[in-house]
Design a protein around this ligand. Structure first.
Ligand SMILES: NC(=O)c1ccc[n+]([C@@H]2O[C@H](COP(=O)([O-])OP(=O)(O)OC[C@H]3O[C@@H](n4cnc5c(N)ncnc54)[C@H](O)[C@@H]3O)[C@@H](O)[C@H]2O)c1
Length: 361
């Protein structure tokens, strides 16, 4: 087992990365919120708060339900809460821990590839309010993060691909050396579907989290450097809207990165390698996945693009690559040409991705 120490304005927390140690570690908590989809047996008598994870419960009512269960489970000011699950559990547990008795310690164990490789460090919470996704949130890092890569074995292929897409994005944003190392450690396209080797998974997870560590320590509150991690996201959010949220967010990010490359890219060897990696992901998705990509509403895409929250009254903002391969936040005027060019890039990326779905190498 190995660890990283993440520095924040509230102190330092440890991230343990290993395999097969989750149940023992988490049983030291006063109570544990667990996504029932995760196969976990906690030894001892630790009270378990089962919380089925989906967008519909990532709400203030869902948080209140958890707060009441915490009280019933005997959680007090000096207690520590455990949280075991993907991004939904993380979001709810972060906010609940931050406000319960004005804030208690908590330990997070991510169980989806996205959460293991990306969201588990950074300390953010986002809660849906009035049907608006991620409208409310805060930053309240856990006391400890336990990444047990063996837990990811039960995830379906599309959830794995969604996680690798976010990981590829982080390492691409980290520069050519970090992206080369990602490509050397990450599963090849042909390996996505098979069970991953634990040691390789641990090495990959450590690498990706280390690259992300630089961003979150340099810019804890998401004001400058960390914004680069939105690479592909302007396109991804608009595509999710155009496809009526029929695909996992990380898969939308994969297509969004391919769109950003088609929109404005100096075609460096790194961006070509990223584009190839995205194509390899598409090939590993089952053929019937293409049905979910079949009917984009391009008007809805354009409305979503125009209301992107990074934009200002005069400009749309995209994270795009420069000639030297580095990423930066770039402005484009809010003209018809900008919207049409961005739509054409997304359309091309989506067509290329869809064509490759299920096309085995
Ligand atoms: N807080 C952050 O920094 C942050 C960052 C990115 C995304 N998010 C949020 O995270 C959410 C998405 O999270 P996610 O992609 O991790 O998925 P999730 O938590 O929504 O879980 C997706 C599905 O996978 C199941 N699942 C979880 N772990 C499993 C396992 N080991 N085996 C089998 N099934 C399992 C869940 O029950 C659920 O059905 C979104 O709401 C998004 O807004 C938060």
């Amino acid at each position: 087992m190995s660890s990283l120490s993440i520095r924040t304005s509230r102190g330092t927390y440890e991230v343990l990365v290993g395999a097969g140690f989750l149940a023992k570690e988490i049983s030291a908590q006063t109570a544990v919120i667990v996504d029932p989809a995760v196969r976990l047996t906690t030894p001892g008598r630790t009270p378990v708060i089962a919380f089925e994870a989906h967008e519909g419960v990532k709400t203030l009512a869902g948080v209140e339900r958890v707060l009441i269960s915490m009280h019933e489970a005997g959680v007090r000011r000096g207690s520590s809460l455990g949280a075991v699950g993907g991004g939904v559990i993380q979001d709810v547990a972060t906010l609940a821990s931050s406000i319960y008795m004005r804030g208690i310690n908590w330990t997070y164990a991510p169980t989806t590839m996205m959460a293991m490789l990306d969201s588990c460090i950074g300390g953010k919470s986002s809660i849906n309010v009035a049907g608006i996704k991620n409208l409310v949130g805060n930053i309240y890092p856990p006391e400890r993060v336990i990444v047990d890569v063996s837990v990811a074995q039960s995830l379906p292929i599309e959830a794995r691909i969604a996680g690798y897409a976010e990981a590829a994005k982080i390492c691409f944003a980290g520069g050519s050396a970090s992206f080369d190392q990602f490509l050397a450690l990450a599963p090849t396209a042909a390996q996505f579907a098979s069970d991953t080797h634990m040691e390789e998974s641990i090495l990959l997870t450590k690498h990706v989290l280390k690259v992300k560590q630089w961003f979150i320590e340099t810019d804890e509150f998401d004001r400058q450097e960390r914004l680069i991690l939105n690479f592909g996201h302007t396109f991804a959010h608009a595509l999710e809207s155009a496809l009526d949220f029929a695909l996992p967010h990380g898969v939308a990010v994969a297509i969004g990165m391919a769109a950003a490359i088609r929109y404005n890219d100096p075609r460096t060897s790194a961006s070509r390698a990223l584009d190839d990696y995205v194509a390899g992901m598409a090939r590993q998705l089952p053929g019937d996945f293409s049905g979910r990509l079949a009917h984009p509403d391009w008007e809805r895409f354009q409305r979503a693009l125009e209301s992107d929250k990074k934009g200002s009254a005069a400009y749309l903002r995209f994270v795009l690559a420069a000639q030297d391969g580095s990423l930066s936040l770039q402005e484009r005027d809010r003209s018809r040409t900008t919207i049409e060019d961005a739509t054409a890039a997304a359309r091309q990326a989506l067509e290329d991705f869809t064509r490759r779905v299920g096309e085995q190498t």
